[in-house]
Design a protein around this ligand. Structure first.
Ligand code: GTR
Length: 371
C-alpha cells in the first residue's frame, strides 16, 4: 500500500546522483551534499561559510528543576563576515547527574520562547542536558527586511541574492553555534547530541541537521510544509501559501517554484531529500493526528521515501508497516523514528518523552518515563 501511495506522488529520484549514477554507500557522502545543495538553491538559501571561532560567556547560574540541575544563561558570540560579531543568549540546563563519570546526551532545542511545552524536570530526571535557543534572539520571526538580529551582518540593505538564506537558515546556523559550545563541554556525550524544534522550528531543526553532521540526532515535531511533509499531493498548507505568508523564512528562489501548486510539484526535489540528508545519522519525525495543516500522512510517507538512504549503509531505515499509521502508533526500531500523536498541532510532553527515549537509545534508561 505504501509503495502505491508513493508512486502516486511521482517523487524526484532520491537514490540517483545528478549525473544518473546509482547511489551507494560509497558515493553517499557526495549525494548528501547534492541534496543539501539543491535544498539550499531552491528553498532555504545557502549556509554561510564559518571559521569555527565561537565563544561563550556564562552570565548567570541558578538551581533549577526543583534543585536537581543548574540552569546557566550563556551568551554565545560568533564572528560575522562584515568583520563584526553577533551575540545571542542560550538557556543551558545541566542535570546534577551530568557531573558523574559518564557524559550525558544533550538537546539543542530551537524554541519559540513562549510557553510551548518544555518539561524541564522530566528532561533533567532522565539525565539529559537541554540548551534552549530562542528564535527571536537570533532573527525576528517577521518581515523586518533583514534589519534585526544576525541578518544585517550577512545581508546589506535587505538585498538578497536568489540563494541567500532566510530566517530558517539563520536559526539553523545559530543552532550550530550552540552546538559549537556544547561540544566543548566534558559533560556532553558527543555521540548523542540532538537538534529539535516544533513547526517552523521543526523545519529549522531538519535544515540544521541536514547541514551540520555533528548533530547525531534530528527531531522534527509537526514540521509540515517545507519541513518533513512531502509537497507533492500534500493536503493543508502548500508552497504557494507558505511562500506568500512567510517569504522571509526562505530564499528568493522559493518564490519562483511557489507561483502555483503545479509549479511546486515540478520542483527538482521533494521533502524526502531533507529527511534523507540526515542519513546515516538518526532522524525522528513526529506528527499529530488532527494537524491536517501540516499533513501527518505526508510526513509519514516522507519517512518511507527517505528510508533507502539508510538501507544502502546496511542500516534499518524506517521500520513501519505497509499502511498508513493510526494514532498512538510509534516506530522507533530503525534509524528513522516516527510517532503519530492523537490531538492537535503542539509540542507536548508525549512528544518530548519519545524524543528523550530515542536520543538515549537504551531501554535501561527509560524507567522514569511513565508513557
Ligand atoms: C503556520 C505555518 C506552518 C507552521 C506554523 C508554526 O502558520 O503555516 O508552516 O510553521 O505556523 O510554526 O507554528
Amino acid at each position: 500500500m505504501v509503495k502505491e501511495l508513493l508512486e502516486q506522488r511521482r517523487l524526484p529520484e532520491l537514490m540517483k546522483m545528478k549525473d544518473g549514477t546509482e547511489v551507494t554507500a560509497e558515493n553517499w557522502a557526495q549525494r548528501r551534499l547534492e541534496l543539501v545543495d539543491i535544498l539550499a538553491e531552491y528553498q532555504y538559501g545557502r549556509m554561510p561559510a564559518y571559521d569555527g571561532k565561537t565563544t561563550a560567556v556564562i552570565e548567570s547560574s541558578e538551581r533549577s528543576a526543583a534543585g536537581k540541575a543548574v540552569t546557566q544563561r550563556v551568551k554565545i558570540t560568533f564572528p560575522t563576515p562584515d568583520g563584526e560579531s553577533f551575540t545571542f543568549p542560550v538557556s543551558l540546563t545541566i542535570p546534577d547527574s551530568a557531573k558523574g563519570y559518564a557524559p550525558v546526551p544533550a538537546f539543542v532545542f530551537i524554541s519559540f520562547g513562549y510557553p510551548k511545552y518544555y518539561p524541564l524536570e522530566e528532561i533533567v530526571d532522565n539525565d539529559v542536558i537541554v540548551a534552549e535557543m530562542i528564535m527571536n534572539d537570533v532573527a525576528a520571526d517577521r518581515e523586518d527586511h533583514y534589519e534585526g538580529g544576525m541578518a544585517p551582518h550577512y545581508i546589506k540593505d535587505g538585498q538578497r541574492e536568489s540563494d541567500t538564506f532566510g530566517k530558517i537558515g539563520m536559526w539553523a546556523f545559530a543552532a550550530s553555534r550552540v552546538l559549537d559550545y556544547l561540544l566543548t563541554l566534558d559533560c556532553v556525550d558527543k555521540d548523542r547530541v540532538g537538534v529539535m524544534g516544533h513547526s517552523r522550528l521543526g523545519k529549522t531543526a531538519l535544515w540544521a541537521g541536514a547541514n551540520d553532521e555533528r548533530f547525531t540526532h534530528v527531531f522534527s515535531n509537526d514540521s509540515g510544509c517545507s519541513g518533513a511533509a512531502l509537497t507533492r499531493m500534500k493536503v493543508g498548507e502548500t508552497f504557494p501559501r507558505i511562500a506568500n505568508v512567510f517569504p522571509y523564512w526562505f530564499n528568493e528562489k522559493m518564490q519562483e517554484i511557489s507561483v502555483s501548486v503545479e509549479a511546486s510539484e515540478q520542483a527538482p526535489f521533494d521533502q524526502h531529500f531533507l529527511v534523507a540528508a540526515i542519513a546515516p545519522r538518526k532522524a525522528y519525525v513526529a506528527s499529530a493526528m488532527e494537524d491536517s495543516w501540516a499533513d501527518p500522512y505526508s510526513e509519514y510517507l516522507a519517512c518511507h521515501a527517505a528510508s533507502p538512504a539508510w538501507e544502502i549503509h546496511g542500516l534499518d531505515g524506517f521500520c513501519a508497516p505497509n499502511r498508513l499509521p493510526i494514532p498512538d502508533e510509534e516506530y522507533t526500531d530503525g534509524c528513522v523514528g516516527y510517532h503519530l500523536r492523537p490531538g492537535t498541532h503542539f509540542l507536548s510532553r508525549y512528544d518530548w518523552i519519545r524524543y528523550i527515549r530515542f536520543l538515549k537509545g537504551t531501554e535501561d534508561d527509560w524507567e522514569e518515563l511513565p508513557f
